[in-house]
Design a protein around this ligand. Structure first.
Ligand code: RB5
Length: 156
């Protein structure tokens, strides 16, 4: 596995730092896309940086942290080729790899404590795409990117 790209907003910054230290301690190369302080920032900016690192091959996978994990996953999933999963437990983290071939993990620092986040991340990194019946389904996610990538949701 090449590097893991990490990104966070202000709410996710402290957990991002903890996960960065854990990854480095486990021998992973880390591409830290920020943020680098608890000053308020906008989560889509950091989701975009991590998504680009993954789609360009600078990193093999990405990890994003915001308050809930939701905004980061929504933003990352706007980028063609990204399959981001917001996970609050190890079971869904494992399934996101085995069934969905998730290439980005989104975590919520306000809902997941540091040790649980490490367990989720470790599970996610250790799980492999199962292929088989899941392959054409994941291919259809790519087809959705190609068919709808240039359209936005209607304004409200
Ligand atoms: C920031 O207050 C919070 O909205 C953000 O971290 C994230 O949870 C958004 O989805």
């Amino acid at each position: 596995m090449t590097a893991i790209a990490l990104g966070a907003d202000h709410a996710g910054f402290p957990l991002k730092e903890d996960l960065k230290a854990w990854l480095i301690g486990r021998g992973y190369d880390v591409v830290d896309c920020g943020t680098q302080s608890p000053e308020p920032v906008d989560y889509p900016d950091f989701a975009a940086l991590v998504a680009s690192a993954v789609t360009t091959g600078k990193a093999s996978r990405g990890v994003l942290v915001c308050g809930s994990g939701l905004g980061m996953s929504m933003a990352a999933n706007k980028v063609a080729g990204i399959r981001a999963a917001a996970c609050a437990d190890a079971y869904t983290a494992r399934l996101s790899r085995e069934h969905n071939d998730a290439n980005v993990l989104a975590l919520g620092a306000r809902i997941t404590a540091r040790d649980a986040a490490v367990e989720i991340l470790e599970t996610w990194l250790g799980a492999a795409f199962a292929g088989g019946r899941h392959t054409p389904r994941v291919a259809k996610l790519g087809a959705l990117d190609r068919a709808h990538g240039e359209h936005d949701a209607p304004a409200r």
